[in-house]
Each structure stands twice: as structure tokens, then as C-alpha cells.
Design a protein around this ligand. Structure first.
Ligand code: THG
Length: 266
């Protein structure tokens, strides 16, 4: 499972306050801690600072890259912010989070991804709004994947995000998402999936427990990437268990490594 650390997101109070106080050391510490805990990519999101987003996203990328060796997941609805962040990002290619069928994003981000080796999250959203059903998610996913392939983006660099919505809003949202994961993975052998897993628990108590549970359910349907809190030890133990139990961890090597490192519960 590809792990993207979600914690450097200005929608979180700690990050918003650190940015306002220009305390980038605190953000650097959070990047290093997420990497140490097993994050493959570090998500950076300055979306709440609408007017200064490009400048701040660049600053977040520079901060993360000084603090650890993981590439960034450039998380913004503003294509200009992603473009600015791509220009300063060094080393292994970052992830664009995200392209969607929304015209303003699609038209700017597709040429940036075309023929390059960046990884792209293809978010199932369009100018008609958020999808409700698995069918609607599939229809958007197909158009996004076709468009990316036609522009010479490798299938292996495409991570389709069927869009996790809170089950507190509509109790069908969990299953519609899970069914979409399964159908996308079955319909396009070689493509990847990704999601903002913690969205599922908005508005409910015991959020960590719900997120941990949803990870296992989604992994059982083929999910192979997630934006999560890697500092949640039980969540990372679930990631290791999912690999072993779903057959993606050959000879259970990663699971045994996690055990030896003392990372698994009893
Ligand atoms: N898809 C893609 N990108 C995404 C999302 C997605 N990026 C943003 C978001 N959704 C995923 N990231 C988060 C980050 C934090 C939380 C949820 C999703 C979160 N934080 C708690 C809160 O805000 O209450 C905890 C706050 C805290 O720790 O301070 O829930 O769907 N492609």
C-alpha cells in the first residue's frame, strides 16, 4: 500500500497556526516524523490561504524537502499553486493531487503531466459536482484515465481517487466508494487507486477507529494507496496486515519486518 502522510494540511489548526507564525521548523518536524513512520509521500496543502496559496505551497515543499527524502504530494484545487510547486520540487518525482474533470484543473494540469514521470491522482470529480454512486465514479474515472493515457502518462503513474465522502452525511457513501475501488482495479489492470481515507469519519465520534476499519475494508476491495495519518500506529499495523492478508506482500516480508521492528500490536 502506497502511504501518503496527511498531516501537513492547513485545514488542521496546528498547521494553520504554524504557517501564520512562520514556524516552519514545526512543519519540518512533522515531515520527518511521517517519513520515519513509513510515509512514501508527504502531502502538502495550504488551501485555506486562498490568496497566498502558490507562495505557501512552494514554502511547504521546500520545508519538507529539507526535512526528509520523501517526495511531496502537491495537494491543491488551484492549478497555479501546483504549477509553482512542481517548479521547485527536486529529486524523485512528486505526485499531483489532483487532476479532475473540472475544466479549470484539467486544462492546466494535463499538459503539465503529459509525457512526464510525475505521479497523478485522478480525482473523481467534475463540473457537475461530486459523484454519489459507484456508476458516476466509474464514468469520471474512465474519462480521466483515457485522457491521461492519451497524453503519454504511464498507467503505473495514475492513481484514481474515487472520492471518499463522510458516511455521517449519507450511509450509502461507504459502499459506493468501495464498489468503485473494486471496479476500477478490475477494469484497468495496472492502474492504482488512492483516497483521502479520513474523510469517511467526518462528523462521527471514534474517528481513528472508523478510519482504521475502513482501511481494511478498502484494502480487501483492492485499494493500493491512501492518504492517512502515518503516526497512527494501529493504522500502520493495519496497512501491514492488509498487505499480508491480501497477497500483495510476498512471503509476508513486510509484515515480518514490521513485527521485528515492534510495530505490531499483540
Ligand atoms: N482526496 C485527495 N486528496 C485529499 C483528500 C481526498 N486531500 C485532503 C483530504 N482529502 C485528505 N487529508 C486529510 C487530512 C486531515 C483530515 C482528513 C483528511 C482530518 N483531520 C482531522 C480533522 O480535521 O478533524 C484531524 C485534525 C487534526 O489532527 O488536527 O480529518 O479525499 N486526493
Amino acid at each position: 500500500m502506497l502511504i501518503v502522510g496527511e498531516l501537513i494540511n492547513a485545514s488542521r489548526k496546528q498547521i494553520r497556526e504554524a504557517i501564520e507564525a512562520e514556524d516552519f521548523d514545526a512543519i519540518a518536524g512533522l515531515a520527518a516524523a511521517q517519513r520515519e513512520a513509513g510515509a512514501d509521500y508527504i502531502d502538502v496543502n495550504a488551501g485555506v490561504f486562498v490568496d497566498r496559496e502558490p507562495e505557501l505551497l512552494v514554502r511547504l515543499v521546500e520545508t519538507v524537502q529539507q526535512a526528509c527524502d520523501a517526495p511531496c504530494c502537491l495537494d491543491s484545487p488551484n492549478p497555479a499553486a501546483i504549477e509553482a510547486a512542481l517548479k521547485v520540487h527536486k529529486g524523485p518525482p512528486p505526485m499531483i493531487n489532483s487532476i479532475s474533470l473540472e475544466k479549470n484543473r484539467y486544462d492546466v494540469l494535463l499538459p503539465l503531466a503529459a509525457g512526464s514521470d510525475v505521479k497523478v491522482i485522478a480525482l473523481c470529480m467534475s463540473d457537475e459536482g461530486m459523484p454519489e454512486t459507484a456508476d458516476q465514479r466509474l464514468a469520471i474515472a474512465d474519462r480521466l484515465v483515457d485522457g491521461l493515457l492519451q497524453n503519454n502518462v504511464d498507467l503505473d503513474n495514475i492513481h484514481v481517487d474515487p472520492l471518499v465522502q463522510p458516511v455521517a452525511t449519507n450511509s450509502a457513501y461507504g459502499e459506493e466508494f468501495l464498489a468503485a475501488v473494486q471496479r476500477i482495479m478490475a477494469g484497468r489492470p495496472g492502474v492504482h487507486t488512492m483516497c483521502g481515507l479520513s474523510n469517511v469519519s467526518f462528523g462521527l465520534p471514534a474517528r481513528k477507529f472508523l478510519n482504521q476499519s475502513f482501511l481494511l475494508m478498502a484494502a480487501a476491495r483492492g485499494l493500493d494507496g491512501a492518504i492517512i495519518n502515518p503516526l497512527d500506529k494501529r493504522m500502520m499495523a493495519n496497512v501491514a496486515a492488509a498487505g499480508a492478508l491480501s497477497g500483495s506482500d510476498s512471503f509476508c516480508m513486510e509484515f515480518l519486518k514490521a513485527y521485528r521492528a515492534g510495530k505490531l500490536p499483540e
